[in-house]
Design a protein. Structure first.
Length: 278
């Protein structure tokens, strides 16, 4: 008969590990398609996945957002694959609470800001919910003389505080670029292109168009841009049809048609820009 002051031996949590492994595979797939410029399966061009991936929320601190998911799920898997004692369970609890908060924030962005839903992203969000629930319900046995687990109220407070810190931090970090002014080159070139009568044709869901705008930073709002998709803000599809636009982005500069993303130096040379290049 075991001594009364001993808890059951710590065990690996295979349920949490399996959920984390599924999330790891999913995030790696999404990150890989983003890095390679592809489109995830079952996602149509211009569909929800394309719009979400191409949005400014498709990257976080300079990396694809899905790549951060790879790190998160890998950390959960590493913890769950080891014997779970009270101390390790606490780390797992805080980590899954943080992952859940970040995932819920991203889902809110899809609904309220991007106004498009990505099925793969929603699946990842469901996995974070399942992970947190599994960790909550599968707390380890505690020895009478060992470290105690907080009560349910304390755990709820911990999860709420963790979620609040993660959401506020994500909000601030996603918007970190907004306060940075455009360089003289970015702003001068954008104004020059508009003054020369150049036009950039594109679509709001087009990843390449967002990449092209991103090269101008905050000065992208000065670009002579024409939205071709009727669903986009201020769309002028008839103008795109008259210009016979077939690929996004398409530039018309000095009567010359150039398709695809162009570097700032290329645009400066094509348009005869003579201003600063820094």
């Amino acid at each position: 008969m075991p001594a009364p002051d001993k808890a059951a031996p710590a065990r690996r949590d295979l349920v949490v590990a399996a959920l984390a492994a599924a999330g790891l595979v999913l995030s790696a797939y999404l990150a890989g398609t983003r890095l390679l410029g592809g489109t995830p399966a079952f996602c149509e061009a211009g569909g929800g996945c394309d719009i979400v991936q191409a949005s400014r929320y498709g990257t976080f601190l300079g990396l694809p957002t899905a790549l951060w998911g790879v790190g998160y799920y890998a950390a959960v898997l590493w913890l769950a694959a080891r014997p779970i004692d009270v101390r390790r369970w606490r780390r797992l609890f805080v980590l899954t609470a943080a992952g859940l908060a970040f995932s819920l924030y991203l889902t809110w962005l899809e609904v309220a800001v991007i106004r498009a839903l990505c099925g793969w992203c929603l699946l990842s969000a469901l996995l974070t919910v399942a992970l947190f629930a599994a960790v909550w319900m599968r707390r380890p046995a505690v020895a009478p003389r060992g470290p105690a687990l907080p009560d349910r109220a304390a755990l709820v407070r911990t999860a709420a505080a963790t979620g609040a810190v993660v959401i506020v931090g994500a909000w601030l970090l996603f918007d970190v670029e907004i306060g940075r002014p455009a360089t003289a080159f970015q702003e001068g070139l954008a104004r020059h292109l508009a003054a020369q009568g150049a036009v950039m044709y594109g679509a709001y869901w087009c990843p390449a168009c967002n990449e092209q705008k991103g090269r101008f930073g905050p000065a992208a709002k000065l670009l002579p841009y024409v939205e071709c998709d009727p669903r986009g803000a201020g769309a002028r599809p008839e103008t795109c049809a008259r210009a016979d636009v077939r690929r996004y982005p398409t530039w018309i500069i000095g009567g010359r048609r150039i398709e695809g993303v162009l570097g700032l130096g290329e645009l400066a040379d094509l348009s005869g820009y003579a201003g600063p290049r820094r």
